[in-house]
Design a protein around this ligand. Structure first.
Ligand SMILES: Nc1ncnc2c1ncn2[C@@H]1O[C@H](COP(=O)(O)OP(=O)(O)O)[C@@H](O)[C@H]1O
Ligand SMILES: CC(=O)N[C@@H](CCC(=O)OP(=O)(O)O)C(=O)O
Length: 254
């Protein structure tokens, strides 16, 4: 199969209709087979608050108690996922929205409650690629929600950057894969200037200087992990810069 693009879009793009539309239009114009992974953390927080359920985050991950598990299932698996699929259909792209439970796409293990009990949060064990490849062969864009399952009937909350990194790595066994982690800034920033490239040495330096913080840390870790698993090209880039070869911050292992 031709080179596959795995593209992830974050919550601060999804919760803004103009940004989301610009992103999906850019995605529509990208040639070749592609998998879209969406987040939506900020949408889940807002919807939870409307229902009287306060968001509780620790180290960039949502503590997912029983009530929050209901919210994330509705928001990621329903509202966000189906909205994106409908918008892609309107643009003339065939798409299918899936959670990790559908066709057993992504199985995960509930996190150990020690030292922090994250509740219904899962760490990915396996990504099933045969259905993904079948959709891609048929020109259908799989749209993956950040939901996995434990094989015992429970939906688990899994960070969308993790879904994208593991999916890209699994597909790298079959094809050349490019991973684009898209968000609302141009790339990894230092003093308001975008870094064109980032290797592990510079990353460690910028982390210790607190230039790189918060959700950017696991995002970069997952990008490097994908490169180590055989993904060819990983960038952290703006949601509206999908076409440009040189856009964003390219992660490199050396
Ligand atoms: N050096 C940096 N460059 C860009 N963003 C950074 C940097 N350090 C920390 N961040 C933060 O990381 C966030 C991206 O991580 P996260 O919120 O998890 O993104 P997403 O919504 O894509 O999942 C940015 O919105 C920004 O606030
Ligand atoms: C376990 C965990 O934290 N899951 C994330 C899943 C959504 C996500 O990753 O959304 P963004 O990409 O928009 O941040 C959460 O519930 O916030």
């Amino acid at each position: 199969m031709k080179s596959i693009k795995v593209i992830k879009v974050g919550g601060k793009v999804i919760n803004n209709e103009d940004r989301l539309d610009a992103f999906l239009k850019a995605l529509r114009q990208l040639e070749g087979p592609k998998v879209l992974v969406h987040g939506g953390g900020s949408v889940a927080s807002t919807m939870g608050e409307r229902l009287g359920i306060k968001p509780n985050m620790k180290d960039g991950r949502r503590i997912t108690d029983d009530d929050t598990q209901e919210v994330i299932t509705m928001v990621y698996g329903g509202l966000v996922n189906k909205n994106i699929v409908a918008k892609l259909q309107a643009l003339g792209s065939d798409a299918v929205g899936l959670s990790g439970a559908d066709v057993n796409l992504i199985s995960a293990k509930k996190r150990n409650p020690e030292p922090v009990d994250y509740g219904w949060v899962g760490d990915i064990e396996q990504v099933r690629t045969d259905w993904l490849l079948e959709f891609l062969r048929n020109d259908v864009i799989p749209v993956l929600a950040p939901l996995t399952h434990d094989g015992k009937g429970n939906i688990l909350n899994t960070n969308a950057d993790s879904i994208a990194s593991f999916t890209a790595s699994a597909l790298a066994e079959f094809s050349s894969v490019e991973l684009m982690l898209c968000f609302e800034q141009a790339g990894v920033m230092k003093d308001e200037i975008m870094l064109p490239g980032l290797n592990p040495d510079l990353y460690e330096e910028l982390k210790s200087e607190k230039v790189i913080t918060d959700g950017m840390i696991p995002k970069i870790d997952l990008g490097f992990a994908a490169l180590k698993q055989g993904v060819k090209h990983v960038t952290i880039r703006s949601f509206d810069a999908l076409q440009e070869e040189k856009a964003g911050t390219e992660l490199r292992l050396t």
